[in-house]
Ligand binder design. Structure first.
Ligand SMILES: [Mg+2]
Length: 257
């Protein structure tokens, strides 16, 4: 555990690590205070493209945690960085929440529903037939199809909602084109977060609750991984995967014990 606490930086998944829905998990407050008091660099990373860093900061504030906006990194931001690196003057047709569109504008990617370079999709409740029809038409005309994250479902207070992977599949089926997904398990999002934290990968640990998205993305980014058991993975699940996390703890609070 000493080795982990000596890291200069931490990248943490959010849901299942920091909170569950709208509830903060035990030990998180102490862990965040420890990060701040010890001058650790840290990023809270989420595959959800639905909120801006500022909105995520406000969400944590409602749970009693003071974390400023520069500590968040989302799949919307990673998608915009990916597109601007691929094609700096590109345009996009976006189906998603305002946070996804804003991330695009921040990278000077402008909206275009006539002949965009990309059709970009992220979780949204504004999905409808007209947008789907438009997206299919644009992809058939040559726009490339990009998903902010590959998750097929998200968990809400009411139960399950379809996420990007599910919402994008009608476009894939109708056009015969496969989308490229930017969020975890694609290690690209971790590498972009590493750029934001500006430390060498050996100085960082990645903390997550899922083997098939978090831990694999950390391993493929060649950074030390910590699995917490406060989310979707139980200890006995670990053996079902052909890779393993470097450390396993019950929750982030246990890192300080
Ligand atoms: Mg999680």
């Amino acid at each position: 555990m000493h080795e982990i606490l000596n890291k200069k930086g931490f990248i943490c998944d959010m849901d299942g690590v920091i909170y569950h829905g709208n509830e903060i998990l035990p030990g998180v407050k102490d862990f965040v205070n420890w990060l701040i008091e010890n001058d650790k660099k840290f990023i809270f990373l989420t595959n959800s493209p639905e909120r801006t860093p500022h909105e995520l900061s406000m969400k944590l504030e409602r749970m009693g945690l003071e974390v400023s906006a520069e500590h968040f990194y989302t799949s919307a931001m990673a998608t915009a960085e990916f597109l601007s690196a691929q094609n700096p003057d590109c345009t996009a047709y976006v189906i998603g929440e305002a946070a996804l569109t804003k991330a695009m504008y921040d990278k000077k990617i402008y909206m275009n529903d006539i002949n965009p370079d990309y059709v970009v999709l992220g979780e949204t409740r504004t999905y409808n037939f007209e947008k789907l029809e438009k997206a299919i038409d644009l992809v058939r005309k040559g726009a490339k199809l990009i998903g902010a994250n590959p998750d097929t479902v998200g968990v809400t207070e009411k139960g399950i909602m379809p996420a990007t992977g599910a919402l994008i599949s009608p476009i894939e089926i109708s056009t015969g084109k496969k989308a490229y997904f930017v969020g975890k398990p694609n290690p690209l999002i971790i590498r972009h977060a590493l750029n934001q934290i500006n430390l060498h990968s050996a100085d960082i640990a990645f903390i997550g609750d899922r083997m098939d998205t978090d831990i694999i993305a950390g391993i493929e980014s060649n950074i030390d991984t910590v699995l917490v058991l406060t989310g979707v993975t139980a200890k006995e699940d670990i053996q079902n995967f052909p890779y393993k996390p470097k450390y396993v703890v019950n929750g982030v609070g246990d890192l300080l014990k």
